[in-house]
Write a protein that binds this ligand. Structure first.
Ligand code: URA
Length: 440
């Protein structure tokens, strides 16, 4: 088989066979196909797209391109391995609360998570703001912890989906990241390789997400649900709003504090609602005894109300080397020394908060990386005090800024000042769940 034939076939709008896609993926992993040919093919896919069947075959080939995990020996017989994936957004600390809740309901959660990317934070960076906590676990420790605690969150340990690593790096520098089939295959191949039987996808949509338009988010969600069905997995996709930051806190330790508050039922309403919904969707997919979404939601609320979810978080943090005292006393988490408040310049209603600008302001303060390997300042960030739909008077607080020094606080204040839009007419609060797509 010749890579040139595969490139020209896609360039001319043809449909790949499974054999062609497996050949291509093998060439990504053993370097038999050079970068320029893979890049040309990715660009052809960008313009010509893929059928659901092609995207499914590409996903399976990428999932099988390296190690694959089977975690069933670490859970009780008959229990499904349910994973969740968020496409990333500003203030998205959902895994920090969902993991302990679902595990406290008896469904084991063994997850591989990532670090921050551009304006969007990452679960591993957030958890590392807890003193001593480590994402580096051997496969044996991962399995033991899943068996004993029922909750593990680790960095990518095994050599999962190496074809995706190569292709993603090429897409990143050839303008081909925003291709729906390539995004879907990239995400789903990693979930399949990590051993998920069922997956809840949180596809974020809006200025604070990588997918800005609702139609694009829906198309991506539909494709991933179809790939899941083609691969024999149950997938539920929620499309969730990311026009403004999720919850109030943006910044690593601040987000851990907010997740802890949520496990005590004191989370911001939008975040609490999303956490409960994602948790319930995971239970519905993974627990054969779970009768309905409402039944699942009741289980979730019981796990929060009884304190079981919070205790699960404590056990999980301690088992991965973290200091449980910082979970019991979140005020002991890292906190930036300079605190300033952004106030409303005029009276009115909040019509918009540019979530991307909030995320970028936090990165600028040191809460994220501007280049690979940058150290993170865990204590910096922003806490929204008034969100879209709220009425404010001139001088009311809009946002608290936590900065390392006066200079970065004033840069952040002016950037954040431009992110809040206050106008005279009323504005409705923004919905969190925009749509739900399930396999047919
Ligand atoms: N996240 C991924 O893992 N892959 C993509 O292509 C885009 C987002």
């Amino acid at each position: 088989m010749n890579p040139v034939d595969i490139i020209t076939k896609k360039r001319d709008g043809g449909e790949h066979t499974a054999t062609e896609l497996y050949f291509l993926v093998r060439g990504m992993v053993n370097d038999a196909i050079p970068d320029y040919q893979l890049a040309a093919w990715a660009m052809a896919v960008f313009f010509r797209g893929m059928s659901d069947a092609e995207a499914t075959q590409l996903t399976l080939a990428m999932a099988e391109s390296g190690d694959t995990l089977d975690l069933h020996d670490a859970v009780a017989p008959g229990v499904l391995i349910v994973d969740k994936h968020s496409s990333g957004g500003v203030g998205d600390k959902t895994t920090l609360a969902v993991g302990p809740i679902v595990a406290a309901c008896g469904l084991p959660v063994g997850k591989m998570s990532g670090r921050g990317l551009s304006f969007s934070g990452g679960t591993i960076d957030k958890l590392e703001s807890i003193r001593g906590w480590s994402p580096d676990l051997s496969e044996e420790r991962f399995r033991r912890q899943l068996r004993e605690i029922g909750l593990v969150i680790a960095g990518q340990t095994a050599d999962l989906a190496p074809a995706d690593k190569r292709l993603y790096a090429l897409r990143d520098v050839t303008g081909t990241v925003p291709s729906l089939p390539l995004i879907a295959a990239s995400i789903m191949s990693k979930k399949l390789a990590a051993g998920a039987d069922a997956i809840v996808l949180d596809v974020k949509c809006g200025r604070g997400a990588f997918m800005e338009k609702l139609d694009d988010a829906r198309a991506l969600a539909r494709l991933m649900v179809a790939i899941g069905a083609g691969a024999g997995r149950s997938v539920t996709a929620l499309i969730t709003g990311m026009e403004q930051p999720l919850g109030n806190a943006v910044g690593n330790a601040l987000e851990v504090r907010e997740a802890i508050a949520t496990l005590h039922s004191h989370g911001p309403a939008d975040f609490q609602a999303l956490v409960e919904r994602v948790s319930a969707e995971m239970l519905l997919l993974g627990d054969p005894a779970c009768p309905s979404l409402d039944g699942a939601r009741q289980q979730v609320q019981k796990a929060i109300g009884s304190g079981a979810a919070f205790e699960k978080l404590v056990a999980f943090v301690a088992t991965q080397g973290g200091d449980p005292a910082q979970v019991y006393h979140p005020e002991r988490l890292p906190s930036a020394p300079v605190q300033r408040t952004l106030v409303a310049q005029s009276s009115g209603y909040i019509h918009a908060i540019d979530a991307r600008e909030v995320g970028l302001a936090v990165v600028e303060m040191g809460g994220g990386r501007k280049k690979k390997g940058d150290a993170i300042d865990f204590g910096v960030g922003a806490v929204c005090q008034a969100k879209v739909g709220a009425r404010v008077s001139a001088g009311d607080p809009l946002c608290a800024v936590y900065a390392a020094d006066e200079a970065s606080a004033s840069v952040a204040l002016s950037r954040l000042g431009a992110a809040w839009r206050v106008e005279e007419g009323t504005a409705d609060p923004l919905p969190v769940i925009l749509d739900r797509i399930v396999g047919g």
